[in-house]
Design a protein around this ligand. Structure first.
Ligand SMILES: Cc1ncc(COP(=O)(O)O)c(C=O)c1O
Length: 383
């Protein structure tokens, strides 16, 4: 049994979530529920592996991804997700956004159209614009209280000549875990309109009961997936991710992009990844159960004390998408009340696309007592 109930002391460690509050929210006396990392102690075997590597031999020269690293990625994907991978289908990279940037650079051209589904992870917008590609938005729609892809709109966007479709699977911030049927429909459209499908699967391990993360490569072998142990095991600061690609021509281009930019993880990233994937299955099972319970707790707490806040249990991720539109505040008033009255830091909805200013993204990757305290702050401020 692992303990997810004690709060890590992270202030003073240059933690973005805890130490950049002043920079990003204007004051540092806030309870942080923003940046997507968690406040739980890391899997002990990761700490051991890093300590061992930092003392043994005292050599920190250039290091490549060894066979053990590939074996750990292959075994994890096979046992956790039923995905068969060969060593040469795995390209280690430092980060997911870095990987997306490299892909855009090499597999698309300037002014090509790239489609995304707002509300979606903020850097998707930025990286596409920064690479001088045209950003095409196909917003998710809500049906029966659930966010879904608007396939008619997506097809319309593809018909106008998209080069690449960047999916978020599972989807940050709405917490959808796309079903096989949805992914098949996406695949069908990508094939029909010759659109390259890229799936950001960084949240793929954090999935709740009744839902299964389907790796895109099991539905669409010619797609590119980007996965990582970073969200799963809370090791984002170590910069370890993988591009998974099977189609030989695309793989060649992706490898060229990575080599031309020298985008290789550092040696501690390999060590942490091996330890996480080798020893972390049970830790993750318990984490997922804890997070799911925290999501349920959040919904019930808000339903009891302030039902005007719209909340639902996500299908995966440790992020919750809260709707404050019932309060009739302007976007700025909502943000200000959150910061200056509730004294909590949540990500404002506008970061995920225009028109989402009445939403806030809540990170529940914290001990439950701390989550409850944060929710109490919010309820008191909005009552
Ligand atoms: C969907 C998604 N992709 C990518 C990232 C960031 O990945 P990286 O730090 O490896 O660039 C995040 C972090 O929150 C995310 O939610």
């Amino acid at each position: 049994m692992y303990n997810f109930d004690s709060l890590l002391q992270r202030r003073g460690s240059d933690s973005t979530k805890w130490d950049a509050l002043k920079r990003d929210f204007g004051r540092d006396d806030l309870m942080p529920f923003w940046v997507a990392d968690m406040d739980f102690p890391v899997l002990p075997e990761i700490v051991e592996a890093l300590s061992k590597r930092s003392t043994e031999g005292q050599t920190f020269g250039y290091t490549f991804a060894g066979q053990d690293y590939f074996n750990s990625v292959i075994a994890w994907n096979k046992t956790r997700h039923g995905l068969d991978l060969e060593k040469d289908e795995i390209i280690p990279v430092p980060g997911v956004v870095t990987a997306i940037a490299a892909l855009l650079l090499k597999v698309t051209k300037e002014e090509d159209k790239v489609v995304i589904n707002p509300p979606v992870y903020t850097p998707f917008f930025q990286v596409i614009k920064d690479m001088n590609r045209q950003l095409v938005l196909s917003p998710l729609i809500q049906k029966d209280g659930k966010y879904i892809i608007d396939f008619a709109d997506l097809e319309e966007k593809f018909r106008h000549g998209a080069s690449l479709y960047l999916m978020c699977s599972p989807h940050n911030p709405v917490g959808r875990v796309w079903t096989k049927e949805e992914l098949e429909q996406v695949t069908q459209l990508c094939r029909k309109y010759n659109v390259l499908l890229v799936s950001d699967e960084i949240h793929g391990d954090i999935v709740f009961s009744g839902h299964t993360h389907i790796p895109i490569l099991n539905v669409c072998p010619e797609a590119i997936a980007i996965s990582a142990p970073s969200k799963t095991f809370n090791i984002a600061g170590l910069k370890s991710s993988t591009i998974l690609v099977k189609e030989p021509n695309i793989k060649k281009k992706v490898q060229e992009a990575i080599d031309c930019l020298h985008l290789y993880p550092n040696l501690f990233a390999y060590e942490a990844t091996k330890a996480a994937y080798r020893h972390g299955a049970e830790w993750l099972n318990e984490l997922n159960a804890y997070l799911e319970e925290s999501a349920r707790f959040t919904v019930e707490y808000l339903r009891e004390y302030l039902p005007q806040i719209g909340a639902y249990i996500p299908e995966g991720t440790y992020l919750m998408w809260l709707d404050f539109s019932a309060f009739g505040l302007s976007d700025q008033e909502l943000e200000s009340r959150m910061i200056n009255v509730a004294q909590v830091a949540l990500n404002p909805g506008v970061e995920y696309g225009q028109g989402y200013g009445q939403f806030m993204r809540l990170n529940i990757g914290v001990p439950r007592f701390y989550l409850e305290e944060g929710l109490k702050h919010i309820v008191d401020a909005f009552k």
